[in-house]
Design a binder for this molecule. Structure first.
Ligand code: FES
Length: 112
């Protein structure tokens, strides 16, 4: 059973976490199921950036993002080469290390 290791995030998961995942589940669903409240403003339909996560390890094991996801990610706060939308990134049989960005676009906007 693959695992998702979540790096500490100040609000959502201060201690970090190690989560059991099933192949085919999305990163977002695994996090939500375990009480890590990553935002998902568009209800997982690839139409926002609030579920943005950075895949620090295991990125290459994921299916490639499609064009729609890439377009959305371009608008995400703190975009990195290993950024994915959590609701679109499906776990395979490899472990992942995930970082939740400090801000979502909504939060970043509030700060300015
Ligand atoms: S929840 Fe909106 S794109 Fe993932």
């Amino acid at each position: 059973m693959p695992k998702i290791i979540v790096l500490p995030h100040e609000d959502l998961c201060p201690e970090g976490a190690v989560l059991d995942a099933e192949t085919g589940e999305t990163v977002l669903d695994v996090a939500l199921k375990n009480g890590i409240g990553i935002e998902h403003a568009c209800e997982k339909s690839c139409a926002c950036t609030t579920c943005h996560v950075i895949v620090r390890e295991g990125f290459d094991s994921l299916d490639e993002s499609d064009e729609l996801e890439d377009d959305m990610l371009d608008k995400a706060w703190g975009l990195e080469p290993e950024s994915r939308l959590g609701c679109q990134a499906k776990v395979t049989d490899e472990d992942l290390v995930i970082e939740i960005p400090k801000y979502t676009l909504n939060h970043a906007a509030e700060e300015h």
